[in-house]
Design a protein around this ligand. Structure first.
Ligand SMILES: NC(=O)C1=CN([C@@H]2O[C@H](COP(=O)(O)OP(=O)(O)OC[C@H]3O[C@@H](n4cnc5c(N)ncnc54)[C@H](OP(=O)(O)O)[C@@H]3O)[C@@H](O)[C@H]2O)[C@@H](O)CC1
Ligand SMILES: Nc1ncnc2c1ncn2[C@@H]1O[C@H](COP(=O)(O)OP(=O)(O)O)[C@@H](O)[C@H]1O
Ligand SMILES: [K+]
Length: 482
């Protein structure tokens, strides 16, 4: 598991650390790490290569200037462009000048265009809003790879939102810990590869604000049958989905539950015949009332939002087993407040809205997706999985998890139906609902990537890769044998 801390918490931790280490030592440590990555990006030839530093008013610029001094010692030709000449970090500037670095304050376009590598030290943790015009104009001239200091300037550090001109980095070097910008939304894409430099901050940081699961975590958590298990002990998943208009949603969701865990899947609804034909191992019935016992329900995909769908949803909620409510079930819950009364608040529930469904339920998502999901989770007393390129999973107790996608191939019609089936099967196994949603999000994204191999895919292809995704996750959890 990887932890992520908000800028407020990073700053508090930094202040505690700064109070007990010699002046300037943290910045030099950070800058040395930055220079090391810069050298790797310039390799194999380093001497004589041209690095241009874009230097802003604060410590982010200070990091860039100190890194410039380290690069000078390795024979790199370094030019610093000072965007706020009167406020450039004095010690960093002195160090760069001492090593023979060039410093300019105007006519910087040529230095930017001619660079083999540009280091973005415009703004870091204190950034607010997009790049200002002078910086934006220079950044537009860049054609070389960009190494961002702490974060790509112009991106909001705590949300990853991009609301105007911002740097797109080839790589980002961050210090002490990951921050939200590195895992959330557009910002995460703008970071490129993120390198973490240890500056001794970890002991000063408390519990992370956001958790990012890794393959090995999910591989360890994925339920597998043991010697004493049978088809019932592993949890039976119930799927209440589909309609005559959308039988495909039922097929995708049921298929995902069938492939995700051993045990048993029951389907209840109008697509029973189609389900039986392609998933013969699924026990099918026409209605939730006739379905028999399940340990978790998935409800919503393609079920419609009319009176009969509302009735079905109420039956599912009254069953007092964990529920994953997706798609039309979310719209129904937003439309009919009385549906919430059917639910025992102590029974786990996962809602899986995309942005428009979220808006119906809890208002516009806005820039801060983690805060929005946490707010809704608390208000409704449920786990909220907010879909997107970075999937956010928030629990009512304040836990937040982010699954940043490495590609966007999963953004295809019906892929959300697959996700709901995965979540349902993990809930049926008894997994904590917050983890169930997080593990499912990772398996889903990985299945999409395995299926796509560089070309668009339908949701059915993503579904077929679920077993391979689970294999990859489980393999990551295996101890390495020498
Ligand atoms: N503390 C530590 O121990 C360590 C810290 N470290 C480093 O310090 C960095 C944080 O440094 P910091 O706090 O000095 O602020 P920083 O982000 O450089 O901003 C400076 C000023 O920029 C301005 N500005 C704001 N928005 C802007 C925009 N959109 N476009 C243009 N300008 C904008 C605004 O000033 P304004 O012009 O508004 O007066 C703001 O005050 C951190 O990211 C890491 O790199 C490392 O060395 C490790 C040890
Ligand atoms: N840009 C994106 N990058 C990666 N994954 C995405 C992106 N957009 C959507 N997804 C994922 O694709 C799925 C789409 O779900 P949803 O919108 O409910 O589709 P549908 O209702 O057609 O099944 C979700 O798992 C979501 O997280
Ligand atoms: K930066």
């Amino acid at each position: 598991m990887k932890g992520v801390w908000t800028t407020d918490h990073v700053r508090e931790a930094e202040n505690r650390l700064l109070a007990r280490v010699p002046d300037g030592s943290l910045m030099r440590k950070a800058a040395f790490g930055l220079a090391t990555v810069a050298l790797r990006m310039l390799a194999p030839r380093v001497t004589g290569r041209r690095v241009t530093l874009l230097v802003g008013a604060g410590n982010n610029g200070g990091d860039a200037l100190w890194a410039g001094a380290f690069l000078r010692r390795r024979g790199v030709a370094v030019t610093a462009v000072l965007l706020a000449p009167d406020r450039a970090h004095p010690e960093g500037l002195a160090a760069l000048r001492k090593t023979g670095g060039r410093v300019i304050t105007e006519d910087a376009r040529e230095a930017v265009r001619a660079a083999d590598l540009v280091i973005d030290g415009i703004v870091g943790l204190s950034a607010r809003g997009p790049l200002r015009p002078a910086a934006a104009e220079l950044v537009e001239q860049v054609s070389a790879p960009v190494l961002a200091v702490d974060l790509p300037s112009g991106v909001e550090p705590d949300t990853g939102a991009v609301n105007g001109p911002a740097v797109t980095a080839t790589a980002t070097v961050t210090f002490g810990c990951h921050k939200p910008v590195h895992v959330l939304g557009e910002g995460a894409k703008r970071c490129g590869e993120v390198h973490l430099v240890d500056i001794g901050l970890r002991p000063e940081l408390g519990e992370p604000d956001i958790t990012v699961l890794e393959h090995a975590d999910v591989g360890r958590l994925w339920p597998v049958p043991g010697p004493t298990d049978d088809k019932y002990t592993q949890g039976v998943t119930g799927i209440s989905a589909g309609s005559s208009a959308y039988p495909g949603a039922a097929w995708l969701s049921t298929g995902a539950a069938t492939l995700a865990t051993s045990g048993m899947v029951r389907y209840a609804g109008p697509a029973a015949e189609a389900i039986r034909a392609s998933w013969p191992e699924v026990i099918t019935t026409g209605s939730v009332a006739d379905a028999g016992r399940v340990q978790a329900w998935v409800v919503g995909p393609g079920m419609g939002t009319g009176a009969s769908a509302k009735e079905v949803l109420a039956q599912v909620l009254e069953a007092e087993v964990p529920v994953c409510a997706d798609a039309d079930a979310i719209t129904l819950l937003a439309k009919h407040e009385d549906l919430w009364d059917a639910r025992d608040p102590a029974t786990p529930m996962v809602l899986t809205p995309h942005d428009r469904e979220f808006a119906r339920l809890a208002g516009e998502v806005g820039d801060d997706r983690v805060a929005a999901a946490l707010r809704a989770a608390k208000r409704f007393g449920v786990v909220v999985l907010l879909k997107g390129h970075s999937t956010v999973v928030a629990a009512p107790d304040g836990r937040a998890l982010v699954n940043p996608a490495r590609s966007s191939w999963a953004a295809t019609a019906g892929s959300g139906d697959v996700l709901s089936g995965l979540i349902g099967s993990l809930l049926a196994s008894g997994m904590d609902p917050w983890l169930a949603a997080g593990c499912a999000a990772m398996a889903h994204e990985l299945a999409g990537e395995l299926a796509a191999e560089g070309a668009p895919i339908p949701a059915g292809a993503l579904l077929r890769q679920v077993p391979d995704a689970i294999r990859v996750l489980r393999a990551a959890a295996e101890p390495v044998t020498p």
